[in-house]
Design a protein around this ligand. Structure first.
Ligand code: DX5
Ligand code: ZN
Length: 234
């Protein structure tokens, strides 16, 4: 497969995928050879790229900003960019990330009130992207319960945000199950953190649509990656 085969990818999060997809998480890619490593992950069966933005405040780590996404967009013009803002002040940064080439922007429920969340989701859509709300492992589901109809996606964190390579927290599966049961039928459910061949089936079983894979995918050699994606999709 070549990048030309990913031509429809930018539309991917405009509606709920008809079957689960794997989203390679750029955080675990080779930053010194980023576009090539991401291309390989897409050629291995990944359908979109998950891009983790960290501000060193909401999470104890820094990653990258809109400048990097803008450059990556030039190399990968047809790939859906799923931007996950792990930042304290999403309002300030939604616009630069939308303009950098994001197709979808998720921010965290822990940093906004319900009213702010709905207002910011509208802002994300005004800027041409779809909107996601993310929930940390220790945050009760009730924090997003009234927001499910205002977002295209619910992202359930299955590790404590900030770092790749952590172990999957199985207790959060209940939140995804509730999202599927209580949210609109077209709500996209994403699982993020520690998702790997060993944990993907449990995610799919509760109705997960997008399986984010960082170290499970980029930690493998290029030749092993297609098998990782296949196993995750069952
Ligand atoms: C964690 C990030 C994840 C991370 C996942 O804070 O939100 O997207 O890249 O990495 P793995 O798959 O290695 O747990
Ligand atoms: Zn993420």
């Amino acid at each position: 497969m070549t990048n030309a085969d990913h031509a429809d990818s930018r539309q991917l999060l405009r509606s709920r995928p008809t079957s689960p997809v794997v989203a390679p998480s750029v955080l675990a890619a080779d930053f010194a050879d980023l576009a090539a490593d991401c291309s390989n992950a897409l050629d291995s069966g990944g359908k979109l790229l998950h891009l983790d933005v960290m501000d060193g405040h909401f999470v104890p780590n820094l990653s990258f900003g809109p400048g990097l996404i803008e450059k990556l967009r030039v190399s990968l013009p047809d790939t859906c960019f799923d931007v996950h803002l792990m930042i304290t002040d999403p309002e300030k940064y939604i616009e630069p990330f939308a303009k950098s080439g994001a197709d979808h922007i998720t921010f965290h429920c822990e940093v906004v009130s319900e009213d702010e969340a709905k207002r910011l989701a509208d802002r994300v859509r005004e800027l041409g992207c779809t909107a996601g709300i993310a929930i940390n492992p220790e945050t009760p589901f009730e924090k997003v319960q009234n927001l499910l109809g205002s977002f295209e996606m619910l992202l359930v964190m299955s590790v404590h945000p900030g770092f790749g390579g952590q172990s999957f927290i199985a207790e959060v599966l209940e939140k995804t199950r509730r999202g599927r049961e209580e949210g609109p039928a077209n709500l996209i459910l994403e699982m993020d953190g520690g998702v790997a061949p060993e944990t993907a089936e449990a995610c799919r079983d509760v109705g997960c649509d997008v399986l984010v894979a960082g170290s499970a995918l980029f930690g493998k050699s290029n030749s092993q990656r297609p098998e990782v994606v296949r196993t995750m999709l069952g």
